[in-house]
Design a protein around this ligand. Sequence first.
Ligand SMILES: [Zn+2]
Length: 119
Amino acid sequence: MHELSICNALVEQVERIAAENRAGRVARIELLIGPLSGIETDLLRRAYPLAIAGTVAADAELVIETADVVVRCSQCGSESSVAPNRLLCGECGDFRTRVVSGEEMILKRLELVGSDTKL
Ligand SMILES: [Zn+2]
């Protein structure tokens, strides 16, 4: 299951940050996921409890935000937010665009408990 390994990698990253900040536990994990990342958020949510069990994030709330898809047009140079299934330039309508945002999964924010640091 692809999403479980993504979740495990995420929890490893969270554990590392929590350790660096000497946090006792993690209260909340906020993710920004691009619609073109190929990550199924439903599956990710299902894998999440398995990944956090027994870790410093064991009772952390998971918040998933969907990122916009942004393309840059090779013809007119403008950047526009588009629908994930319609990667056309918002200015001139050309199809020769490059995705500049929407393919990523970003750990946007962590809420740590037992530490003053907020990320
Ligand atoms: Zn254009």
